[in-house]
Structure formats: structure tokens, C-alpha cells
Write a protein that binds this ligand. Structure first.
Ligand code: NI
Length: 227
């Protein structure tokens, strides 16, 4: 399941992060790539342990925690600190799959990457190219969103960032270990939760069918979630 989230960040939060990142320490993106990915990766990243990355990461983590669609889709157990990258002319990240296990920077904690998120920090008209393309069971999806919007997709997917030919593409990206490891189970839970929310909006919070469906939802979470 690939979903997009409009306005994850407010315009003020985007502007604030862009200001902070403009004075952050930038390094070669290959520093955090595995040996296979490194060959196809050409971009720049903010040093993940820098003050600037941590400050902007906290803005994003706060936005995720207030976003019901992200919480419903990802069912997060642990979220790695958001990272930040930039692609200018000639830079790209060829087709690859992200590492299954990653260390949280500066700690021994390891997390399994179940869900990938990209938060766009540049407007689409600020650069040419730079689409995120994701292989899904229903074909390749190409994503290029307004600043502050996000895309959430399974980390099991092959994906790439196509070459930027003009301008600069600035984004945040990060991984989540989900309480529900299986992508099919996560998708069912997301669809059920969305249906319950729609029913509540249409029929009122106390609708007895919504209560019955939420009983099913929570008992499926009990079966499938690891905490
Ligand atoms: Ni990737």
C-alpha cells in the first residue's frame, strides 16, 4: 500500500526546516548506503547526528504523532530519526531496496525497516525530474508532491529517485518499524480503520455498526501487533 498524506507539515514548519537545513553540515549520501546501494546513489545528506538534523527531525516526528493517517497506515512501534537529502542537477538514486535492518544513529538499537516515508520540502516547480518511483504489485507509481506532503510505502519495495536535471530537490526520509510486520495485515487494518472513521463521520460517533467494527479492528490488532 502506498498512500500520500497532504499537509503533514504546515507551510511555517517547511520554511523553518528549510532555514535550518540551509546552515546544516551536508555530506556525501553514500555515507549511509549499503555497498550495493552506494553504486547507484549520488546525492547529499545532512550529517544525521547534527544539531540541525535533530531539530528538523523533531518537527517531523511531532507532525507524525498528530497525523491520524500516518498512525493508521504505519502503526509505528519505533521511528528512526528523520534524515534529510538533496538532489541537484545530475544527482539521482537508482533502483534499490533499503536495508532491512538499520541502527539508530549513536545507539546500538536496531530497527527493522517496515515502512518508508518521504516528506517533500521543495515545491515540485523548484526542480525538474527527481520523481520518487516505487514498484508496486499494480505497476510503478511515480510520486512528486507539494512541500509539506508525504508519501508512505512498504520498505520491501524496489524504488528510485530519478535524476534531477535542474533546480534542487530537498526532502526528509526515514523508516518505521511497525507493530504489524506483515504488509498485507497492515493494509487490511488501514482499510478497516478508514472505513470505521468514514462510518463515524456519516452516522455519528456512537453508531452501533462502527462500534462493532472497532471491536473487530482492536481484536485484529491484538492478534497481529508486536509491542
Ligand atoms: Ni531507498
Amino acid at each position: 500500500m502506498l498512500i500520500t498524506i497532504a499537509d503533514l507539515l504546515t507551510a511555517d514548519e517547511v520554511a523553518h526546516c528549510r532555514g535550518v537545513l540551509a546552515r546544516a553540515p551536508w555530506v556525501d549520501g553514500r555515507a549511509t548506503a549499503g555497498p550495493i546501494s552506494a553504486v547507484v546513489k549520488a546525492n547529499r545528506q545532512v550529517e544525521p547526528t547534527s544539531r540541525e538534523a535533530i531539530e528538523c527531525g523533531e518537527v517531523i516526528l511531532a507532525a507524525l504523532n498528530r497525523n491520524p493517517d500516518f498512525l493508521s497506515a504505519a502503526l509505528p512501534l519505533r521511528i528512526l530519526p528523520p534524515m534529510f537529502n538533496a538532489y541537484g542537477p545530475g544527482e539521482h538514486f537508482g533502483i534499490h531496496v533499503d536495508n532491512a535492518i538499520r541502527n539508530a544513529p549513536g545507539s546500538r538499537e536496531r530497527i527493522r525497516t517496515d515502512v518508508s516515508t518521504t516528506v517533500f520540502l521543495s515545491e515540485p516547480d523548484e526542480y525538474e525530474g527527481g520523481e520518487l518511483t516505487v514498484e508496486t504489485p499494480f505497476g510503478v507509481q511515480s510520486v512528486k508532491l507539494a512541500a509539506g506532503h508525504a508519501v508512505v510505502y512498504p520498505s520491501t519495495s524496489l524504488h528510485e529517485v530519478t535524476p534531477v536535471t535542474a533546480g534542487e530537490r530537498l526532502a526528509s526520509f526515514f523508516w518505521t518499524q511497525s507493530m504489524v510486520r506483515d504488509e498485507g495485515e497492515r493494509t487490511l487494518l488501514f482499510d478497516l480503520d478508514q472505513t470505521i472513521q468514514d462510518l463515524r463521520r456519516a452516522q455519528g460517533e456512537e453508531d452501533p455498526h462502527a462500534v462493532r467494527l472497532s471491536f473487530v479492528y482492536h481484536n485484529l490488532v491484538r492478534r497481529w501487533a508486536e509491542t
